[in-house]
Design a protein around this ligand. Structure first.
Ligand SMILES: Cc1cc2nc3c(=O)[nH]c(=O)nc-3n(C[C@H](O)[C@H](O)[C@H](O)COP(=O)(O)OP(=O)(O)OC[C@H]3O[C@@H](n4cnc5c(N)ncnc54)[C@H](O)[C@@H]3O)c2cc1C
Ligand SMILES: C[S@@+](CC[C@H](N)C(=O)[O-])C[C@H]1O[C@@H](n2cnc3c(N)ncnc32)[C@H](O)[C@@H]1O
Length: 640
């Protein structure tokens, strides 16, 4: 049997273009390159950066006139935050990141937030940034992480999470209300970019300046290349003290300004956080906290011993035919997860693509709706005809399918262990007998008690105990449902061993891995709401048979009949009634991350970032309405 190479798959997919008809999705930028190689926007008939020296202008206008790098040396805060109107090619960001690497104190972090109405296509970004060889390494990292053109926030992390970028796609006027409620008094410097005010009057509006003022910390600054009178007046009106400076190159003038507010307190000293759990949720939390300088005490019955302990798991977004809150969440979560695994565990992340076969008429109809919705960028999901499915890998059945080109698989157990190792010395792991009780102490801390009567006190506690979370938080009456799942490992045969991607149908089938010298695949997984809680880990022969029969029935290919089961594993998914995670704070020092259902490896990295950002009062990586949707309080017994 032959199969197409992954390069061929990449090329093939880049030529699939889904309809983008909804006004909810950002149109990508239409860009041409002038004879100096500078990108020009067709929408605005303006250049993205200076014809003579874009990098020098970026440094002069935005870095120098916000007093960088001096302020990095003197900042009272452990994280310096910059916000920008118009990400464009990312040149300002790259110039800033380069300077930050070169000059900022080692303990400091950079958080860069940028809004972009017309995301550049990756190829245009690559060509535009190719003009700056000294930024090549950083540009390469940005290109690897660059998200699909989907409305909403895309959090990217670089330099071991020392540099965080929140890229908000969509019109700034529409995205500010999603961002600002959680970003007041957090920003140190604004890069007020955007095409010239006379070419883009829609963006240069007082509400943007007011949002800039509200979001600034005391002594926050802005710089902009323009000296337009209306911009100057409106920024003054918003509260900035505005001054004119000499413009870059032949430009006469530009503006800079400062805002005075009530003084901010310096960043508090790093506090230890206690996390209950040893699965992907707890590992991602430990990572997000330790990278911000907080010691973490992880208390758990085991590491990757629950749902996160399988040999292989698929990572791809859960999408509806409309941009429901669920789809919006998974779009952001998926792009973040993909980037998180690629940069933190590159050896364990396999971006093979995931193909989802339309194995029956209902599924086919549902997939058509998703493909035709115009809601999703082709980098995220694209549709395949029956013939195209077989071009992907000939032993697949001739069925139409959805293809998720940037998705893939990872080995959950090894990944959890790796993330915990990456946390370094700030992480302490305590394997204990099962925790039986969480209670409040007289000084408003939390006491955690195990079945062996060991006691731990926590000033801040996060419960990420998967299937046992609701039970541990019984007094909060959070209703989740546990669903038993059994996954079967099968020995590969000559045909199956060539499978280049994750194949989903009613179940899923993963590419082969080397398992102690034997090539095996994971065939998953059963879904049982009814099970005996004392024996759910026992292997059921009927479930093994069900996994194999579903594969054989849905694919109807001879090679599926020759697969032999060599191992099984059963564990519990913790699910919610709306299929969204439970992620948020029950009190100011008691957090929850659970309810990750069947997609924990897609959702956990972003949920951990959200929870930690909430706790620290940082700008958050999701739109405010979505954050509310994830709050665990929605699942309280009397809240339905
Ligand atoms: C069969 C099956 C297949 C799956 N396939 C995929 C897939 O392909 N892709 C995907 O993204 N997701 C998949 N999932 C879902 C995914 O595995 C889960 O969403 C994810 O692992 C949940 O992680 P968690 O950290 O919340 O919980 P868990 O991994 O279950 O971790 C909970 C942790 O808490 C600890 N703990 C629990 N109770 C206590 C207590 N009382 N005291 C002390 N410690 C305690 C446990 O020891 C454990 O370490 C699958 C799930 C199953 C069951
Ligand atoms: C001059 S370019 C920015 C250059 C960019 N800072 C860089 O480093 O390449 C202006 C950017 O603002 C974006 N933009 C224009 N109007 C916008 C709006 N209303 N909301 C968000 N972005 C907008 C444009 O699409 C464009 O990418």
């Amino acid at each position: 049997m032959t199969h197409v190479s992954l390069t061929a798959i990449g090329n093939f997919v880049s030529h699939q273009f889904n309809k983008r008809s909804t006004s909810e999705q950002p149109a990508t930028a239409t860009v041409t390159f002038n004879n100096l190689g500078v990108p020009v926007s067709t929408e605005f008939d303006d250049i993205y950066f200076n014809n003579e020296n874009g990098l020098a202008e970026s440094r002069y206008v935005f870095l120098q006139h916000n007093d960088l790098p001096t302020r990095w040396q003197t900042s009272l805060h452990s994280t310096f935050r910059i916000a920008e109107t118009g990400f464009g090619t990312g040149l300002n960001f790259l110039a800033c990141w380069q300077l930050f690497r070169q000059t900022a104190p080692a303990h400091q972090r950079l958080h860069y937030v940028s809004f972009e109405k017309y995301p550049l296509q990756k190829a245009d970004l690559e060509r535009a940034l190719g003009a700056f060889p000294e930024l090549a390494e950083l540009a390469h990292a940005l290109l690897d992480a660059y998200p699909a053109a989907q409305t909403g926030c895309h959090r990217m992390q670089f330099d071991n999470n020392r540099v965080v970028v929140d890229l908000w796609f969509g019109d700034i006027h529409e995205q500010l209300p999603n961002w600002l409620p959680n970003a007041k008094n957090t920003i140190d410097a604004w890069f007020l970019d955007g095409f010239a005010p006379d070419k883009n009057p829609q963006m240069w509006q007082p509400n943007v300046y007011q949002a800039m003022a509200h979001s600034c910390r005391n002594s926050g600054t802005f710089a902009t290349f323009t000296a337009a009178g209306a911009v100057r007046r409106d920024l003054t009106e918003a509260g900035f003290e505005v001054t004119k400076s000499k413009g870059f190159g032949r430009k006469r003038e530009m503006l800079r300004g400062t805002i005075q507010k009530k003084a901010n307190a310096a960043s508090p000293p790093s506090e230890t956080v206690t996390v209950i759990g040893g699965g992907i949720a707890a590992a991602c939390l430990a990572w997000s906290l330790t990278q911000r300088g907080h010691p973490v005490q992880l208390i758990t019955s085991g590491i990757a011993d629950g749902a996160s302990g399988n040999a292989q798991g698929a990572v791809y977004p859960l999408l509806h035919a409309e941009l429901s809150p669920l789809s919006q969440f998974y779009v952001s979560a998926f792009d973040h997860a993909r980037q998180f695994y690629q940069s933190n565990c590159p050896d364990l992340w396999h971006a093979t693509g995931v193909i989802h076969l339309a194995f029956n008429a209902i599924r086919e109809q549902r997939q058509h709706k998703i493909a035709d919705s115009g809601c999703y960028a082709p980098e995220l999901v694209t549709s395949l005809t029956a013939t195209q499915t077989q071009t992907m890998w000939e032993p697949l059945p001739a069925l139409p399918a959805l293809f998720y080109p940037n998705s893939g698989w990872l080995p959950p157990q090894r990944l959890v262990e790796q993330i915990l190792r990456n946390c370094g010395e700030r992480l302490t792991i305590m394997e204990v007998s099962p925790i039986t009780e969480i209670s409040k102490t007289s000084n408003s801390n939390w006491q955690v008690e195990t079945s062996a009567s060991e006691r731990f006190e926590a000033s801040t506690l996060i419960v990420a105990a998967g299937a046992n979370t609701s039970q541990l938080l019984a007094q909060w009456r959070i209703e989740t449902q546990n669903v038993r799942g059994q996954v079967t490992q099968v020995a590969a045969n000559d045909v199956s061993a060539t499978c280049p991607m994750v194949v989903c149908y009613k179940g899923y089938f993963t590419p082969a891995i080397n398992n102690n010298g034997e090539l095996t695949h994971c065939v998953g997984a059963t879904y049982n709401r009814e099970f005996k809680s004392e024996s759910y880990q026992d292997i059921e022969a009927a479930d093994t048979e069900e996994n194999l029969l579903t594969l054989q029935d849905n694919l109807a290919q001879p090679w599926t009949h020759e697969l032999r089961a060599v191992n099984n594993r059963a564990s519990l998914r913790n699910t919610t009634r709306d299929h969204l995670p439970a992620c948020g704070w029950l009190t100011d020092n008691l957090g929850v991350l659970s309810g990750l259902g069947s997609r924990g490896f897609t959702s956990a990295p972003l949920c951990a970032e959200l929870l930690v950002s909430q706790w620290l009062g940082e700008p958050q990586p999701l739109a405010e309405p979505l954050i509310k949707r994830l709050a665990p309080q929605r699942l309280q017994a009397d809240s339905a």
